[in-house]
Ligand binder design. Structure first.
Ligand SMILES: Nc1ncnc2c1ncn2[C@@H]1O[C@H](COP(=O)(O)OP(=O)(O)OP(=O)(O)O)[C@@H](O)[C@H]1O
Ligand SMILES: [Mg+2]
Length: 337
C-alpha cells in the first residue's frame, strides 16, 4: 500500500513468569495508513497495551519475550532497530504515546514547564535544523509550547507551565499529554485509553480535540479503548482483538452495521445503547498460559466447528476493506489474495 505508515505482521509476544509462559499476542497483523484514526477495541486483558508497548519498544525487559514478527514503520523494522535510534528518532518523536494513566506520566517534583522543556531538549523537531543555535532553538520551542497549550484549549496557558502536576485537574493533565504528544510532530500517536480516568463530558471534549488536531496535522492515531461509543465518535476504522488475536478490521460504518465475526456481533449486542462501554458477554476470556488452540474465541462461540478448535482462521475479505478471521463468518467472504 503506497501510503502505509506502519505494518505489523505475525507479532507474537509472551510474558514469562513462575506461573508459566503467557502467549499474550498470538500472530497479530495490523497495518495503518498515514493520517488514519484507528480504534483498537476488546475486553480487558486482550493485549491492547501490550501491542502499544511492543510498537514503542517499551515492553518490560525481564518478563516480555518477542517470539516472532515484524513491525515496519516508515520503512524501518522497529524490532531490529538499535536502541539508540529507537530512543532518539522514534519513541516520543515519530511515534508519541499518551499512556493509559496520565497521572504517572508526570514527575510530581518538577513543574510542568520544566518537564515539557526537558522533553524538547531531546525530542524537539527543531533539532533537525542544525544551523539553529541552542538559544534560538529554545526560544522557538517555548513559542511552540505556548501555541500547543492554546491548541489544546487549556484555560490558562500562560501560567500552567509554572504549576506542578498535582495543581491541575485530570482533564487538564490529559490536555497537556496531548499537547506534549503533538509537540514533537509525530506521524503516529498511540493513545492508550486516553480518557478512561475522566468523567464522561470531559472525555467527549478531549476525544473531539484529539481527533481535530490529528486531522489538522495529518497525524495517525492508534486509539485503544473498551468504549465502542468513543471509538464510533473518533475512528475511521476499527480493529477488534480477542485474547491476543485480531479477529476483525472494518471501516467504522461497516463495523457497526455489518459485523462479521461472531465476537464482534456479541460485543455490539452487549451494548445497551450506541454510546456505552463493552459489558460482559457470556463466558470468560481464556487464560493465556494455556490458551485454546485455533481461534481463541471458539469456546464461547455457538458457530464453532472442529476447524475452529484446531486452526486459526486466515484473513478473508467481507468487502474490499473489511477483513475477518473466522471459519464461519456472519457474511460471505473471499480469501485474501
Ligand atoms: N508485565 C507483565 N507481566 C506479565 N503479564 C502481563 C504483563 N503485562 C500484561 N500482562 C498480561 O498480558 C495480557 C494482556 O494485557 P494488556 O495490558 O496488554 O491488556 P489490555 O487489552 O491493555 O487490557 P486493559 O483493557 O485492561 O488495559 C493480560 O493477560 C495481562 O495479565
Ligand atoms: Mg491496556
Amino acid at each position: 500500500m503506497h501510503d502505509e505508515l506502519i505494518s505489523i505482521r505475525d507479532l507474537r509476544v509472551s510474558f514469562v513468569s513462575d506461573a508459566g509462559v503467557a502467549r499474550v499476542l498470538d500472530g497479530v497483523d495490523l497495518a495503518m495508513r498515514t493520517g488514519e484514526i484507528r480504534g483498537l477495541v476488546g475486553e480487558s486483558g486482550c493485549g491492547k497495551t501490550t501491542l502499544a508497548r511492543a510498537i514503542l519498544g517499551i515492553l518490560p525487559r525481564d518478563a516480555a519475550r518477542i517470539e516472532s514478527g515484524t513491525i515496519h514503520f516508515q520503512g524501518a523494522d522497529l524490532l531490529h532497530l538499535p536502541e539508540d535510534r529507537l530512543a532518539g528518532e522514534v519513541r516520543g518523536r515519530k511515534i508519541a504515546y499518551i499512556p493509559q494513566d496520565p497521572s504517572t506520566a508526570f514527575n510530581p517534583v518538577f513543574t510542568i514547564g520544566t518537564q515539557i522543556l526537558d522533553l524538547l531538549r531531546f525530542k524537539s523537531p527543531l533539532l533537525e535544523q542544525k544551523e539553529l543555535g541552542t538559544r534560538a532553538r529554545r526560544q522557538r520551542d517555548l513559542a511552540r509550547v505556548q501555541e500547543y497549550l492554546r491548541l489544546v484549549q487549556l484555560p490558562n496557558p500562560e501560567t500552567v507551565l509554572e504549576k506542578y502536576p498535582h495543581e491541575v485537574s485530570g482533564g487538564q493533565r490529559q490536555r497537556l499529554m496531548i499537547a506534549m504528544a503533538l509537540l514533537t510532530e509525530p506521524r503516529l500517536v498511540i493513545a492508550d485509553e486516553p480518557t478512561t480516568a475522566l468523567d464522561v463530558t470531559v472525555q467527549a471534549q478531549i476525544l473531539k480535540l484529539l481527533k481535530e488536531l490529528a486531522r489538522d496535522q495529518g497525524v495517525a492515531v492508534l486509539f485503544t479503548t473498551h468504549d465502542l461509543g468513543a471509538a464510533y465518535e473518533i475512528c475511521d476504522r476499527i480493529t477488534v482483538m480477542y485474547a491476543g488475536q485480531e479477529v476483525e478490521e472494518a471501516p467504522v460504518g461497516a463495523f457497526f452495521e455489518r459485523p462479521s465475526h461472531p465476537y464482534t456481533r456479541k460485543l455490539l449486542d452487549s451494548l445497551p445503547s450506541s454510546a456505552a462501554a463493552i459489558r460482559g458477554i457470556a463466558g470468560e476470556i481464556p487464560r493465556l498460559i494455556d490458551p485454546p488452540p485455533g481461534c481463541r474465541f471458539h469456546p464461547r462461540c455457538e458457530r464453532a466447528s472442529d476447524a475452529c478448535r484446531s486452526v486459526r482462521p486466515a484473513p478473508s475479505l467481507v468487502e474490499p476493506d473489511h477483513v475477518v478471521r473466522c471459519h464461519h463468518p456472519l457474511h460471505e467472504t473471499e480469501t485474501v489474495a
